[in-house]
Ligand binder design. Structure first.
Ligand code: PHE
Length: 501
């Protein structure tokens, strides 16, 4: 029996709405913070080339696979997989993939919301800065740098101060997740889609405005050189230790929101007349463009003010502020930067939240009124759970914050060990659960689902394109994603052990 209609009472209102919502999910902290960080750590241009290859040869085929699995199965992320497996005569144990995805999405959003809360706090405090400047010197205050008059120390200590203030962290995390709960409780069209159509255009505008400003006032030459001139000798030597490949594929998965049943869920709401390959290609291209453009917003400033490109999370929350303190219009630039980041984080957080919410809503055997009721109640319960677990993540970041800041949930275990709760959850999802979810999706779509079903559902215009997708999903994706898992879980820990750390 072939499942021919997507079984859901909720649908995207059209192609543009779906594509914007999917881009909203993909574009997030992963693009604005994690990508520049990864590029910085992995030698710039060399990483960028490998990353782009990873997006289009590995991420994109899996993205198409997840979308068609959701649409063909329908219902909830778990039911969709079970139903499709049954229709294809495969084991219903494949539904486990849906559970992994629901759990991964839930776990990611518990700490994603805490980090988003930090971004929100920064936006809030820069707003206060500007208001103060305007109160002091009228409209001319807008042109002031941020934190005028503060010493370098007091500026870079803002981040440790925020972390040391659990009440403040919890307040902003609570505000953020409260907003996300409200949006998700309103459903696909009235909530997620509406948020994406309002927030994403503002996001794009701010991103372009910030990168143009940054290229003009910052060190554009160094930034372009860093991001786009591949240093092939560096590439060759890093290739040998395999790390760059693993990081690039991992980053592609995280950034495209793959392996978390998220794109399966978004596929459930996709109408049959939408062409999956075309939509997926737009989403992957936009996500990659945003990553590169945000590199252009950040690195010219990084180089102009002699900051360290490999600064990690701390770069955004610490040194970047020093630049805002020295630039004309620095407070305004900083405010725009953090508002942009909050918008990107919010559209990603609601997408992560939607995965467990879609499960709570129930399968296609229920009527629309029951779905609506279960979505509302489910969103509130899930939102509360995210809030509570997030509080623990926040507390785990408080320096000398008692037992929670020293608690390492996985003890000394490889990959997951020696980490606070927040970092352990990040490693568990990013290095293990998402690659595992993506691996299973590729094998399911490439082997368990028949060739005729995937050909029909994907609707490629040319048979040649379909054959290429099938080759990538059957051989290239499982191989490389399997490699990440084996690397992340076995080889890297062994190497680390051999190096004595
Ligand atoms: N893609 C999002 C980002 O780049 C994060 C995310 C991961 C969202 C997995 C959904 C699922 O920030």
């Amino acid at each position: 029996m072939a499942v021919t209609r997507s079984g859901s009472d909720e649908h995207w209102s059209g192609r543009a709405a779906f594509v914007l919502a999917a881009i909203g999910s993909a574009v997030g902290i992963g693009n604005l913070v994690r990508f520049p960080y990864q590029a910085g750590e992995n030698g710039g241009g060399a990483f960028v080339i490998v990353y782009i290859l990873a997006v289009f040869a590995i991420g994109l085929p899996v993205l198409m696979a997840e979308l068609f699995i959701g649409r063909r199965g329908g219902g909830t992320p778990v039911a969709a997989i079970r139903r499709l497996a049954k229709a294809e005569g495969a084991s219903t144990a494949w539904a486990l993939m849906g559970w992994i995805g629901i759990f991964a999405s839930f776990l990611i959003v518990t700490f994603y919301s805490v980090i988003s809360g930090w971004l929100l706090y920064y936006a809030w405090s820069l707003l206060g800065d500007i208001a103060g400047n305007i109160a002091e010197m009228g409209l001319a205050g807008i042109a002031q740098p941020a934190f005028a008059g503060d010493s370098e120390d007091s500026i870079t200590s803002r981040f440790p101060e925020l972390l040391a203030n659990p009440g403040r962290q919890v307040l902003f995390h609570g505000l953020f997740i409260g907003l996300a709960t409200f949006i998700v409780s309103r459903g696909v069209k009235g909530g997620i889609e509406k948020a994406a159509t309002w927030l994403m255009p503002v996001f794009f505008f701010l991103l372009v405005a910030l990168s143009v400003t940054s290229l003009i006032i910052g060190d554009a030459a160094s930034a372009l050189d860093f991001l786009f001139r591949p240093k092939f000798d560096a590439l060759a030597s890093q290739f040998m230790n395999g790390e760059i490949l693993v990081n690039a594929v991992g980053q592609a998965f995280f950034s495209l929101s793959l392996g978390s049943a998220l794109m399966i869920t978004y596929g459930i709401y996709l109408e049959r007349d939408q062409n999956i390959p075309a939509a997926a290609t737009t989403v992957a291209s936009a996500d990659t463009a945003v990553a590169l453009i945000s590199g252009l917003a950040i690195f010219p400033i990084v180089f102009a003010f002699n900051l360290e490109p490999a600064g990690g999370l701390g770069l955004i929350f610490g040194p970047l502020l020093l630049a805002f303190n020295q630039m004309p219009f620095g407070a305004l630039f900083g405010l725009a930067f953090f508002i942009m980041a909050v918008f990107a984080a919010l559209t990603s957080a609601i997408s992560l939240f939607e995965v467990p919410a879609a499960w709570a809503k129930g399968d296609i055997d229920l009527d629309a009124a029951t779905h609506a009721r279960r979505r509302t109640i489910g969103s509130v319960i899930i939102g509360l759970l995210i809030f509570v677990i997030g509080v623990f993540h926040a507390l785990s970041q408080v320096p000398d914050g008692g037992s929670l800041s020293t608690w390492q949930p996985f003890g000394q275990m490889p990959v997951l060990g020696n980490k606070t709760l927040l970092d352990a959850a990040d490693a568990l999802t990013g290095s293990i659960m998402l690659p595992l979810g993506g691996f299973l999706a590729a094998v399911f779509a490439g082997y368990a689902v028949s060739e005729s079903s995937s050909r029909e559902e994907l609707g490629f215009k040319h048979e040649k394109s379909y054959r290429r997708w099938r080759f990538l999903i059957r051989y290239v994706c499982p191989f490389f994603v399997g490699l990440i898992l084996v690397w992340g879980v076995i080889i890297a820990p062994l190497l680390a052990a051999a190096n004595g750390n």
